[in-house]
Write a protein of this length. Structure first.
Length: 395
């Protein structure tokens, strides 16, 4: 249904462009064959909301190790490559938590430092045997959460770590093999690895609008070996902020793919729905509305391409990266919601039925638009970042 657009980047390197084209074609073919929309529909409200079997298939394709260093069993590719896989799976609304695990948790482990625990987890993630999740949000609404802040407490007791607190909105939820938990410790922010079977950890599943699940964690005097400390202080803040920014960009990639899917379905419907003896797509008022949606799609695609390129460049300063990440997530979140609303209206009554596939895209867009901060929250973060950067420039 959705055309195989070059979703993420433009590059002057013809060899790299050809590699991306081949990866895109392979990922789209795999997603269409192995994860049709019927599979996404069948997984809704079925705990955990996705299949380990399919995750193993992703690992066999090599995609779980795309961003992992070669020394840890990965392929050490760029975000452009990861984006093609993310977009292809999103076109089929595949329920697997690719971005929460491979980007958010995986990149956080990579940025946290070369501890023995981080190295082991990255190696296991690349081979598809471990699904780590990031547990950093604590506010019920998510509106007050910021990377680098945590009310959860970390104490040192001899050779052990003791963690107290709770976390919310954790993806992929109860099916994760463990959690990278942010906490406030003696040296400031700390990141610790908490295996899912740790005593004192209670995990509660909560369903989302698209039928997937998040988890709430209650950490009641969770005791861990000192080796489970991944990073602390400024290094922990930098690692979490960078992984958060990268995740905002790849979530925007997902949203863009959903926008393209919803718009493609709507344009097909306008061409085939007959009213007063002709396709409703010939009515000028509906054409204008469809063009507005196309503009939203193309504006989002442009910003997404810039953001992915900035991540792959790797030389930009942290403020510029964070500002771009918030900018693209704000744009993609708003576009996703606007296109979803308009697509339903342009479809009429069929657009609100659960049996119609448009609902799968709409519900996923609702979840992703809010995850990690909606458009309003990201615009606020962008304003804070750029205001601070301007003030420092004039100092």
């Amino acid at each position: 249904m959705t055309p195989p657009h070059p979703i993420m980047t433009t590059t002057s390197d013809s060899e790299h462009a050809e590699q991306l084209n081949m990866l895109r074609a392979s990922a789209l073919s795999f997603a269409a064959k192995e994860s049709p929309l019927t599979r996404a529909r069948a997984q809704r409200r079925q705990t955990p909301g996705f299949e380990r079997r399919f995750w193993t298939a992703l690992a066999e394709q090599g995609w779980t190790g795309l961003l992992v260093p070669e020394t840890m069993g990965g392929y050490e590719q760029g975000f452009a490559e990861m984006a093609e896989v993310v977009a292809a799976l999103a076109t089929q609304v595949a329920p697997e938590p690719v971005v929460p695990v491979l980007v958010f948790a995986g990149r956080l482990l990579a940025h946290a430092g070369s501890t023995e625990t981080a190295t082991r987890l990255l190696t296991e993630m690349a081979e598809g045997s471990t699904l780590p999740a990031v547990a950093w949000q604590e506010d019920v609404t998510g509106a007050k959460d910021r990377p680098g802040q945590a009310a959860t407490r970390l104490e040192r007791q001899g050779d052990s770590l003791l963690v107290h607190g709770d976390k919310r909105h954790v993806r992929p939820g109860a099916e994760a093999d463990g959690y990278i938990v942010s906490a406030s410790g003696p040296q400031g922010l700390a990141l610790v690895w908490v295996p899912a079977d740790t005593a004192g950890l209670t995990v509660t599943s909560q369903p989302l609008a698209d039928g997937s699940y998040v988890a709430q964690l209650d950490l009641n005097s969770v005791r861990l070996p000192a080796s489970h400390l991944l990073a602390e202080g400024s290094a922990a803040v930098a690692a979490l902020t960078r992984a958060y920014d990268e995740t905002l960009v790849l979530t925007s990639v997902e949203l863009l793919a959903l926008v393209r899917g919803m718009l493609a379905m709507t344009r097909d419907y306008l061409r085939t729905r007959i009213q007063f003896g002709k396709p409703i797509g010939t009515f000028q008022s509906l054409q204008h509305r469809a063009v507005d949606l196309l503009i939203q799609q193309e504006l989002t695609a442009s910003v997404v391409a810039q953001a992915v390129a900035l991540l792959d460049d790797g030389d930009g300063d942290t403020t510029a990266r964070s500002a771009m990440a918030s900018r693209v997530k704000s744009r993609a979140s708003d576009a996703g919601l606007q296109v979803a609303r308009e697509a339903v209206q342009l479809h009429g009554a069929i657009g609100v039925t659960d049996e119609y596939d448009l609902g799968l895209y709409l519900q996923r867009a609702l979840v992703l638009a809010a995850w990690l901060g909606n458009g309003t929250q990201q615009r606020r973060r962008y304003a804070d970042l750029t205001r601070n950067a301007t003030a420092q420039g004039h100092a």
